[in-house]
Write a protein that binds this ligand. Sequence first.
Ligand SMILES: C[S@@+](CC[C@H](N)C(=O)[O-])C[C@H]1O[C@@H](n2cnc3c(N)ncnc32)[C@H](O)[C@@H]1O
Length: 194
Amino acid sequence: MNEYQIAARSVQHHILSRPELVKRYSWAIPDEESIRAIVGLRKPILEIGAGNGYWASLIATAGGSIECWDIEPGMHVDGGSEKLWYPVSKGGPEILGPQHRDHALMLVWPPFNTPMATDCLLQFMKAGGRSLIYVGESMGGCTGDDEFHRILGSHWEAIRHVNNPTWGGVRDRVCLYERMEDDRRQRPRGEDLP
Ligand SMILES: C[S@@+](CC[C@H](N)C(=O)[O-])C[C@H]1O[C@@H](n2cnc3c(N)ncnc32)[C@H](O)[C@@H]1O
């Protein structure tokens, strides 16, 4: 159990609230299986929109190689995080280039209804990237925009899902994707995967 999960238990005892936990840690709740699945990809990871780097710190501790960017490092909530858990550089989708084609792109709770997740995915695809780690909700949820979910549905294939712990009323999960070959781009738009 990681620090977030221990702290999440304190919510039951009204010691901490969800906003306090999100501010200190992350919008999504990591667990051991999620981190193991991500590290198990055995690819260097580029995380964009990394907030305060909490997921990255767990991945690095578990032996993964990860670099992080955010348009405003540590400012993933109003007022900002108390600390950065891992180095997060200032930047966004524009940092992605052909030198990253063998990396995995990681997006954890990309902002709702802005083009950020779509821009990252398109830029990564343009760079030749084929591996994606997405932690968020599916089409119609509160992470990413419709275009992002459409591209995921038509050009990417889920190879693994982990049902990480979530807050009540939220249905985010950890999904590992691989880019489909061109002749397989037939998946219906935004289809939810098993
Ligand atoms: C909902 S927060 C999630 C943060 C973190 N991944 C987490 O789970 O706590 C979305 C993050 O995306 C970042 N962001 C928004 N637009 C961005 C952009 N164009 N480039 C890079 N980061 C961006 C925000 O600063 C914020 O940290």
